[in-house]
Design a protein around this ligand. Structure first.
Ligand code: SF4
Length: 402
């Protein structure tokens, strides 16, 4: 097994990726309307929003995928990353009611739940031998404040110091700040001191306040999402970023969303991964949603890779898009495929059918079947180890019946 390390900002990316890319792009016969984009990429220039529109409307999806994949290869070679993780949602009780959300419950509903600190540690214990990250997001509980979360994170960190805690989306940080009358920076500092390692990217949805008013009224504004992540980065807390697409947004909204994220990533370089995922409609309240086709999912992943020059990793979020599209996405610019995900409920309540509770060899097979080299990473992309495929199990061949 080969092991290596990287820094938080490089996150495993080859420092010479722009030169690598120029070499890879040379000599290919690109369509005329992509030539100016290819030239910019080869020179390390940022693509404009108009370039993004060309990428979205270009008929040959395969060519966009090929271009995005070259950026991925220039940055990471044939490596594709995953981690060993579990999702634990501390409560589904939420004071908001976002229209796309199949997870939240009011306190009075019979299937509402709230985990005590002991319950939470019990959930971690089930998987503590086989994970190195716990991913925790949940509803905005009307009674929980920062003291509760400090105690929760501290207890988890004391019991499992080697398990990384990636927890609390921007709207949860805002909620805790409101509950405890603390500023965003104070809330984040206290959580960091308690043991919080990183923030997930959830809650970004689409960074257009008019769209947000319709699909997630009452959630943090676009500016607040960016400010909370900016504050986290200023404190040295790395984070992911996301985009929910296929609701009521248009292409321009998606491209502006990417533009806002890459501009913030320029400041501290601590948006490590971008996770674009399509809206899943089961048990939600958004009949006007356009829904994204498989082609659109692949195109959005490819466009993300090409637009987001300051965010190193693009994730094929298999929890949401399933293993089959996730494997394809690895040839459309994605370099990360989430993790073993021992348990998950938010996406599955909305209709996801993806498999859970993989071991690292199942993940390695998924990556290897797509033609890439499986690499297990830690949460913050600073430690890596190659994973060998398990030898195929010997099975007796059945005799043909004559
Ligand atoms: S998406 Fe989050 S904030 Fe919105 S209703 Fe669901 S749990 Fe609550």
């Amino acid at each position: 097994m080969t092991e290596w390390t990287s820094t938080l900002t490089l996150a495993g990316c080859d420092e010479n990726w722009v030169q690598n890319l120029a070499n890879l792009l040379a000599g290919n016969n690109w369509s005329d309307n992509l030539k100016s984009i290819v030239k910019k990429l080869a020179n390390g220039e940022r693509l404009s929003i108009s370039d993004g529109h060309i990428l979205y409307s270009h008929q040959n999806l395969h060519e966009i995928g090929q271009l995005a994949n070259m950026v991925k290869l220039a940055r990471f070679g044939k490596n594709v990353f995953f981690n060993s993780n579990v999702h634990i949602n501390q409560t589904n009780i939420c004071v908001l009611a976002c229209k796309f959300c199949a997870f939240r419950r009011s306190k009075k509903q019979s299937d509402a739940y709230e985990l005590s600190i002991d319950d939470y540690l019990g959930e971690m214990e089930k998987y503590s031998d086989v994970i190195d990250e716990v991913h925790s997001v949940g509803g905005l509980h009307p009674d929980w404040d920062i003291d509760f979360y400090e105690d929760l994170i501290m207890a988890a960190k004391n019991k499992y110091p080697n398990i990384s805690i990636k927890a609390l989306t921007a709207v949860e940080i805002k909620h805790l700040s409101n509950q405890s009358s603390t500023s965003f920076v104070e809330t984040l500092s206290r959580l960091k001191r308690a043991g919080l390692d990183s923030l997930p990217g959830g809650g970004a949805e689409i960074l257009n306040d008019q769209v947000r008013e319709i699909i997630c009224n009452g959630k943090e504004s676009s500016a607040e999402y960016l400010e909370i992540h900016r504050m986290a980065h200023s404190l040295g807390i790395p984070s992911n970023s996301t985009m929910l697409f296929g609701t009521i947004e248009n292409i321009d909204d998606r491209l502006n969303h990417m533009d806002k994220l890459r501009n913030l990533a320029d400041e501290y370089g601590l948006f490590q991964c971008f996770v674009p995922y399509p809206f899943l409609p089961d048990s939600t309240r958004l009949p006007e949603a356009q829904l994204a086709t498989s082609n659109e999912i692949l195109r959005t992943i490819a466009v993300s890779r090409l637009m987001l020059d300051s965010i190193p990793h693009i994730k094929a979020y298999r929890m949401n898009i399933g293993d089959e599209i996730a494997e394809l996405a690895l040839n459309y610019g994605a370099d990360d495929v989430d993790g073993t995900v021992r348990q998950e409920s938010i996406m599955h309540l909305a209709g996801a059918k993806s498999s859970l509770n993989y071991d690292i060899y199942q993940m390695a097979k998924l990556v290897s079947d797509a033609g890439y080299v499986p690499v297990k990473r830690n949460t913050t992309y600073t430690q890596f180890s190659s994973v060998k495929l398990e030898p195929p199990k010997r099975t007796k061949r059945l005799k043909m019946i004559q």
